[in-house]
Write a protein that binds this ligand. Structure first.
Ligand code: ADP
Length: 448
């Protein structure tokens, strides 16, 4: 009703004025008056229509028309409409921008397919994993671009609860997990996730379980066999029985060593096993390790110790003892009788190095990078005969990594090997440096 009030009252005023004019000056004057008013209204209307059309043509650049009366009302409403449209347009574009940014940041490949399986949109990660280009491949059929048989079958099956594991078409080393998610009418969102690392960890886990089972099976079978023999043959001579018991003890100890090493490894790996910050007295530790080497060797080797540095280390005494003890025990176990084992502690280019050099059988170059893998052994039976578990160097690597140190292996087959634990400068402690001195623990407490 607000709209009609003004024009109707103006119309009524004009009609009243025309009637008054008719009564005063006759109908010709009244008609002339009405024609004049009509001409003014027409002219005003044309002018406002012109302004309106000019503004509508270019609403962002031309100033909005300004008028009074009904035209003013119309212009005001149109402007309000335009402002609302502008606001929702900018809201929409900022939402789109946000989506664009999020899609760029998503590490997984994302591709929107229309009902005909044509690419409508894809994010930058889809170039890395699927080799798709958001500009070049828009409108292309996904089937023509990704032609792996498994993928095509997966598309045909359209079973949205399933995921497909396949090789990336751009990087054969990468494994992808592909998923299809339906949305809207017939559209699909294809998501491809890089699961290479997960696959690797899973394969490692499977290998690890297989290895542990394999390692335990032999001693268990042997012990089981002897127990059966002893149970079935009560007439065995005491010497035979003693022999069987000794063998059973050997195998039981082997299992014990394996479980101890597994436990050590799992402790080193557990997230809540924080590294201690003790002062490790390397000179005392080296002396103790020399003693351990001599007792393991039982006089079969010459053991020497060269202490060229008085620096200590910051870290876990027990872990470092366990790691260096493994190197020493390997040197004794893989060096034939009469050989020499030299332990040394010295500084080199700001780093500190604990080396165990032996004159043993040595290691061919191709084995060296794999020595710290769990259960990696060059000569399986030699390792077993000497009480090895195949986990010693894996423990060494873990401990050294936790201390920011590294293992360096130099070897000449037939001549001998040198295993060096190289500690970074920030782990060194001078004798003068004040740190809570934690005494070197009793021998044998930690050797793994
Ligand atoms: P193991 O319990 O079998 O000794 P490790 O992890 O300690 O396991 O060592 C892995 C393998 O590295 C050993 O099986 C052996 O073949 C080789 N190895 C380690 N130390 C030496 C060494 N000082 N001389 C020769 N070979 C060695």
């Amino acid at each position: 009703m607000g709209f009609w009030w003004r024009p109707l009252s103006v119309l009524a005023g004009v009609l009243l004025a025309a009637l008054a004019l008719w009564a005063a000056s006759g109908w010709v004057a009244a008609l002339g008056f009405l024609a004049g008013i009509q001409a003014i209204v027409m002219r005003r209307r044309l002018w406002q229509e012109f302004r309106l059309s000019r503004w509508l043509e270019n609403p962002d650049e031309v100033e909005p028309p300004d008028a009074t009366g009904t035209w003013g009302d119309i212009f005001y409403r149109l402007q309000k409409l335009q402002r609302r449209q502008k606001a929702s347009r900018s809201e929409l574009s900022s939402a789109l921008e946000q989506f664009e940014h999020a899609a760029q940041a998503v590490p997984d490949a994302m591709v929107i397919l229309n009902g005909n399986e044509q690419i409508e949109w894809c994010n930058p990660a889809s170039r890395t994993y699927l080799g798709l280009d958001s500009e070049r491949d828009r409108g292309q059929f996904i089937r023509y671009l990704l032609r792996q048989a498994h993928f095509l079958e997966f598309l045909d099956a359209a079973d949205f609860s399933q995921q497909l594991a396949c090789r990336s078409p751009v990087n054969r080393e990468a494994t992808l997990s592909v998923q299809l998610v339906p949305f809207d009418e017939g559209k699909k969102l294809l998501i491809a996730r890089d699961v290479t690392e997960l696959e690797r960890v899973d394969a490692m886990r499977r290998d690890f379980i297989a290895n542990v089972s394999h390692e335990l099976r032999t001693p268990l079978t042997v012990v089981g066999g002897f127990v059966e023999t002893l149970a079935d043959g009560p007439d065995l001579s005491p010497a035979d029985s003693r022999g069987y018991f000794n063998l059973m003890l050997d195998h039981t100890r082997r299992m014990q060593r394996l479980l101890d090493d597994l436990l050590t490894l799992s402790q080193l790996e557990s997230a809540d096993h924080a590294l201690k910050d003790e002062r490790v007295d390397l000179a005392a530790l080296a002396q103790a390790l020399k003693g351990e080497a001599e007792s393991l060797s039982r006089g079969r080797h010459r053991v020497v110790l060269r202490l060229e540095s008085d620096a200590g280390l910051k870290g876990s005494t027990q872990e470092i003892h366990s790691a260096l003890g493994n190197l020493v025990s390997n040197a004794v176990r893989y060096t034939p009788e009469g050989g020499e084992i030299a332990l040394s502690w010295r500084e080199r280019d700001g780093e500190c190095v604990f080396s165990v050099a032996d004159t043993g059988e040595g290691i061919a170059a191709e084995h060296i990078p794999r020595l710290t893998e769990r259960f990696y052994r060059i000569d399986r039976s030699r390792s077993r005969e000497t009480g090895g578990t195949g986990l010693g160097l894996a423990i060494v690597k873990h401990v050294l990594t936790r201390h920011g140190a590294r293992l360096d292996v130099q070897s000449i087959p037939g001549k001998g090997s040198t295993f060096s634990a190289v500690f970074p400068a920030h782990r060194l402690l001078r004798a003068s440096q004040d740190a809570a001195v934690i005494p070197f623990p009793e021998r044998g407490q930690a050797a793994g």
